[in-house]
Design a protein around this ligand. Sequence first.
Ligand code: C2E
Ligand code: MG
Ligand code: MG
Ligand code: MG
Length: 275
Amino acid sequence: KDNLSNEFCYYNSFLDKIAKKAIRLELDIQRAIENNELLLTYQPKVNLQNNKLAGIEGLIRWNHPSYGIVSPGEFIPIAENTKEIIPIGKWVINEGFRQAKEWNKQGVHFKKLALNVSPLQFYTSNFVDFIKEMLDLYQLDPELIELEITESVMNNIGRALDMISQLKAIGITVALDDFGTGFSSLNVLNQLPFDCLKIDKSFVKQVLTDRKTGILTKMIVQMGKELDMELVAEGIESKDQLTFMKQCNCNIGQGYYFSKPLSVKNMEAYLRLQC
Ligand code: C2E
Ligand code: MG
Ligand code: MG
Ligand code: MG
């Protein structure tokens, strides 16, 4: 009996910790920007045909004063709930563009910088104007920029089409992130002019161990290519996964096999090695 009540206490305090952390994060996120606690890390994308750099993706991190580095999986959902994702998303665009400009000035070539945009931010009324302003501010060639959005923006096809068309008219490219994890029909691909399809890492993880996943992945690549999209395989961790994706004719790969997300300094060193 004693033992049981001990376990119960332990379990309780464990849940308590998680709940407390969530509350703390929700409160603290409001001041993360002004306290300079946000940062971007960068992960390379690699051309699978020639092993050359295909571009980089900016991934946000939060350096929290007591918890240390908090991953976006933990705080983005909270920020979405409180709508704090809107200023955070603006910070991401501003910081990514600023860094891109900086690398331009230094002659460091990154090919293309992709940034993630959450649905809430994507549908703010002045989103396209904001992107134009930022391109202008940093005097950036729009061809250097890609925006990644997820299937969740597709609950309004008409609006999504309007937004994507406006962004493409500016000259930036748009990628569909985490493809295969949502519920939208394949028809979405036919109606929305994505430049790039990113196959979710949950597929890549299983291409060698699950026959059906392998077949589906092959079909997705084939279909995407027929629709003139670039195909990125996310989450490549092993040589065998890489070989499989190459055999599928997937053109681009991203994952720990090539590199984990890197600090600005380390990405800079990586990029300098590429030229
Ligand atoms: P995502 O955009 O699909 O980014 C890919 C995620 O997979 C990143 O996680 C990356 O670190 C991770 N990853 C890359 N290669 C591998 C691999 O080989 N194996 C495994 N297991 N994972 C790999 P991260 O950085 O934790 O980001 C998670 C998600 O948070 C992102 O998924 C994206 O949806 C969101 N996110 C990240 N940065 C931002 C941002 O600036 N704004 C918004 N709205 N969302 C962001
Ligand atoms: Mg992404
Ligand atoms: Mg993804
Ligand atoms: Mg994701």
